[in-house]
Ligand binder design. Structure first.
Ligand code: FE2
Ligand code: FE2
Ligand code: FE2
Ligand code: FE2
Length: 285
């Protein structure tokens, strides 16, 4: 793949992901050029597949929180890419006659095709991250449900703390804030998801929202150890992921969805009455 570089996306985490994938491919190539390097190359290919899954997963989180309209189509391309790369890597194990460097070339071509052609459509969406900054709580973030707003405020406070730490801050300090944020996020997601029940609401919107929560936690869990080993800088993590999750998720996913709940418009009469009851009880407490 020579010195090929992917275009700067405007999101530091995505750019680091590209670099990491390229480094892994170069290392695989190095092993494959050694006389007995095939087993090491196969092992590294599995690291490559994990890194690719994580990279594409992060991209989907960002696209979802930005309200990218073609997300489902794009996510399908990701699944196809992973399937094809997996298939090719498997031929290295099960078809010893296949020339390994040819496999490497084909995997590289698939990656380039996706990153430089199919992804060109999403670059404006990724670049939007630049305009996001950790921020203090603002009225524009209110959802109208006090408990949810309080959670959001606390999460933004944790994010601001991380934003104010330098990249060489003690790992224990970073871990402590991240753990608190994660614990709160779990409670918070459960609260939001408890707003809808099986029998009410716009099921499609409910499912998409719940999926966004799962993806956020998965991404957080995938990145935490990489932060701890110094593979990702704290500032890149905050700018490339946390701000996107907190600000964009609140503004673009939570608010419109919760507005539906507040109005009761998306519910059957019975479900709207249940919701009203719950809100009345919350107001009394
Ligand atoms: Fe990418
Ligand atoms: Fe993509
Ligand atoms: Fe939320
Ligand atoms: Fe949410």
């Amino acid at each position: 793949m020579g010195n090929l570089q992917f275009p700067q996306s405007g999101n530091g985490l995505i750019d680091e992901g590209h670099e990491h994938l390229m480094v892994l491919l170069a290392e695989i190539g190095g092993h494959l050029r050694q006389p007995n390097g095939r087993p090491e190359a196969i092992a590294l290919f599995s690291d490559f597949l994990n890194a690719l899954r994580n990279h594409l997963g992060l991209e989907e989180v960002i696209l979802r929180t930005n309200g990218y309209s073609q997300l489902n189509n794009h996510a399908r391309r990701h699944t196809q890419l992973i399937d094809r790369v997996t298939e090719m890597v498997e031929t290295l194990t099960y078809a010893p006659s296949v020339h390994p460097l040819e496999v490497l070339d084909r995997v590289s071509d698939l990656l380039i095709e996706h990153e430089m052609v199919e992804d060109s459509d999403i670059w404006p969406c990724l670049a939007k991250q630049d305009s996001l900054q950790p921020t203090t709580w603002g009225a524009e973030m209110e959802t109208g449900i006090e408990q949810i707003d309080e959670h959001h405020k606390a999460m933004i406070e944790y994010m601001t703390r991380l934003h104010n730490m330098s990249d060489d801050a003690p790992l224990e300090d970073i871990a402590q804030v991240l753990n608190s944020l994660r614990s709160l996020a779990i409670v918070h997601f459960e609260l939001e998801e408890s707003l809808w029940t099986d029998q009410c609401g716009d099921q499609k919107a409910n499912n998409a929202h719940a999926k966004a929560h799962v993806e956020i936690l998965e991404t957080l869990d995938e990145m935490t150890p990489r932060l701890q080993t110094g593979e990702i800088a704290l500032s890149t993590f905050v700018d490339g992921f946390l701000t996107d999750w907190l600000i964009n998720h609140i503004l673009r996913v939570d608010q419109p969805h919760i507005a539906l709940f507040n109005s009761g418009a998306a519910f059957s009469d019975e479900a709207a009455a249940t919701l009203k009851n719950r809100k009345d009880k919350a107001a009394i407490q």
